[in-house]
Write a new protein. Structure first.
Length: 90
């Protein structure tokens, strides 16, 4: 299943990329490929990231997202995620 996650948070892009790097190995169990795009919000200290990925194990992805370490990051950065399901168009 292809998904799009729009993450909005306080902090900078490096904060997000550092957090994703910490979960890199675990994410390989849930997603076989993903791309990250940065949205220019024009607001200092506020970022928006769009992640597109092909989920191969939704249960594992949900475990990662709900892990104490990721929940703590979300809380500390006032992060909100909006998740969309995507279908490829021919």
């Amino acid at each position: 299943m292809n998904i799009c996650v729009v993450s909005s948070f306080e902090g900078d892009v490096e904060d997000y990329m550092s957090m994703m790097a910490e979960f890199q190995e675990e994410m390989k169990e849930a997603v076989d490929d993903f791309e990250i795009g940065v949205v220019n919000t024009g607001k200092e200290g506020f970022c928006k990231i769009i992640t597109l990925g092909n989920v191969i194990n939704m249960d594992r992805l949900q475990e990662i997202i709900a892990s104490p370490k990721m929940v703590e990051w979300d809380t500390n950065h006032k992060n909100t995620d909006i998740i969309y399901s995507l279908e490829r168009m021919n």
